[in-house]
Design a protein around this ligand. Structure first.
Ligand SMILES: [Zn+2]
Ligand SMILES: [Zn+2]
Length: 245
C-alpha cells in the first residue's frame, strides 16, 4: 500500500513554498500492485494528486465541511468509480453546495455509494471501513486495509479526542487497532485546546494517546491550523516520532 498526501492543512488553504503543506486535506491510497486507488477527502490537495489519479478511483469522504470538498470539481473529468460516504444524504448535501449561484455546474456525476455501518466496502485490492468520531455536524474515521499485504491505514481527521469518553476512545482503538499508519488531527497545540472546546479538533498529545491505545505502528499529523508556521508543523511531526516503530 502506498499513500501520497496531496494536502495536510485544515480549515483553509494557505500559500506556502510546499504545496502539500498549504493545501487542505486529501490523501491518495494505492494498492501495492497499483491496481486500486482510493482518494480520501477532496480538499484543495486534490490539485497535487491529479497527475497520479486514474479512471476508476474511488473517493471516500470523512464529512462535508468545505475544507474537505473544495477540490471536488477538479475530479469531474477523472472518471471516479464512485463517492463513498457514511451519510445517506451525501448526494443532496453535495448538490446543495455545488449548484448555481454558488457554483455554475454540478461538481460530480460519479455515483454515490452508502458505506454500511460495520461492513467494509471492497474496492479492488483494498477494503474501506468507517467509524463515527466526535466533530461538529458529524465525521467518520476511515480505515483502509490491503488483505494481500496485511498493510493498513486509518485517517482520523477532524476529531476532538478530548470530547470522546473512555468508551468512545476504546471503540476508536478497536477500529484502528494495529494500523500501520494512523493519520491524526493535530490542528491545535495542547495549550490551545481549552480555549477551543467543541471546535472539533485535537493536538499532537491526543494523536500520541490515540496511537498508543490503538497500537498503531506509525502516527502522522495532519489538519494543521491555517496559522501554523512550517516550524510549528515540523515540531509537531517530531513529537509524533516516539510513536513510530
Ligand atoms: Zn477540516
Ligand atoms: Zn470538519
Amino acid at each position: 500500500m502506498k499513500t501520497t498526501p496531496g494536502g495536510l492543512r485544515g480549515s483553509f488553504p494557505v500559500p506556502t513554498t510546499d504545496p502539500v503543506s498549504g493545501a487542505t486535506i486529501s490523501l491518495l491510497v494505492e494498492s501495492a500492485d497499483g491496481s486500486s486507488q482510493i482518494l480520501l477527502d477532496a480538499g484543495t490537495g486534490v490539485l497535487n494528486l491529479l497527475p497520479r489519479l486514474r479512471p476508476g478511483a474511488l473517493l471516500a469522504l470523512t464529512h462535508f465541511h468545505l475544507d474537505h470538498l473544495l477540490g471536488l470539481p477538479l475530479l469531474a473529468p477523472c472518471g471516479l468509480s464512485g463517492i463513498l460516504s457514511a451519510r445517506p444524504d451525501a448526494a443532496s448535501i453535495l448538490s446543495r453546495v455545488y449548484s448555481p449561484p454558488v457554483w455554475p455546474v454540478p461538481a460530480t456525476t460519479a455515483p454515490f455509494v452508502l458505506a454500511a455501518p460495520g461492513t467494509p466496502h471492497v474496492h479492488g485490492a483494498l477494503t474501506v471501513a468507517f467509524h463515527p468520531i466526535a466533530h461538529p455536524d458529524g465525521c467518520h474515521a476511515i480505515r483502509i486495509d490491503e488483505p494481500a499485504t496485511g498493510e493498513s491505514l486509518v485517517l482520523a481527521t477532524d476529531i476532538e479526542w478530548t470530547l470522546m469518553d473512555a468508551a468512545g476512545r476504546a471503540a476508536f482503538a478497536d477500529f484502528a487497532h494495529g494500523a500501520g499508519d494512523l493519520w491524526f488531527d493535530c490542528h491545535f497545540l495542547p495549550a490551545e485546546l481549552p480555549a477551543h472546546h467543541g471546535w472539533g479538533h485535537s493536538s499532537w498529545r491526543d494523536a500520541l494517546d490515540a496511537a498508543r491505545l490503538s497500537a498503531a505502528r506509525r502516527v502522522h499529523p495532519l489538519h494543521f491550523s491555517p496559522s501554523a508556521t512550517p516550524s510549528r508543523a515540523a515540531s509537531i511531526t517530531r513529537r509524533l516520532r516516539p510513536a513510530r516503530r
